[in-house]
Design a protein around this ligand. Structure first.
Ligand SMILES: [Zn+2]
Length: 133
């Protein structure tokens, strides 16, 4: 169908999309939006967003299709683990630290101060200041 996700992929990249995707991807009315900050989960290539407005209960929404011209296939937002298109254009949040608490412990370990006249001289002064307060 002209103006469908599959048609745009054919026209733009000369590819025929494979894989399974929702029926709305075969409907007309889509337009190319640009690349997004996410990579194709299958091949790591650039993903292009295609969008199509639709109305529901008096409000206008947009369907989003993410096309990987390399695979070639199309994904939905939920295929990429997000609910909204905005989440694809935001910076990817840092993943939780994969290391255990051991890393934190190492970070707070201090290198012991080198014993010397400077260190010894400053100690009594520091203690006196604390008492004054
Ligand atoms: Zn791909």
């Amino acid at each position: 169908m002209k103006g469908s996700v599959t048609d745009l992929a054919q026209e733009r990249w000369g590819v025929t999309l494979g894989g399974e995707f929702p029926a709305r991807f075969a409907e007309p009315g889509w337009s190319h939006e640009g690349t997004v900050d996410r990579r194709c989960p299958a091949c790591g290539g650039e993903l292009h967003a295609l969008r199509r407005p639709y109305e529901s209960q008096g409000r206008t929404y947009q369907y989003t299709a993410l096309v990987c011209p390399v695979c070639p296939t199309a994904f939905t937002l939920s295929d990429l683990g997000v609910q909204r298109y905005d989440q694809l254009t935001e910076a990817v949040p840092l993943a939780a630290c994969p290391d255990g608490p051991g890393v934190t412990v190492t970070a707070i370990v201090r290198v012991p101060a080198q014993p010397g006249p400077g260190v010894r001289a400053s100690r009594p002064r520091g203690r006196a200041a604390a008492v004054d307060v």
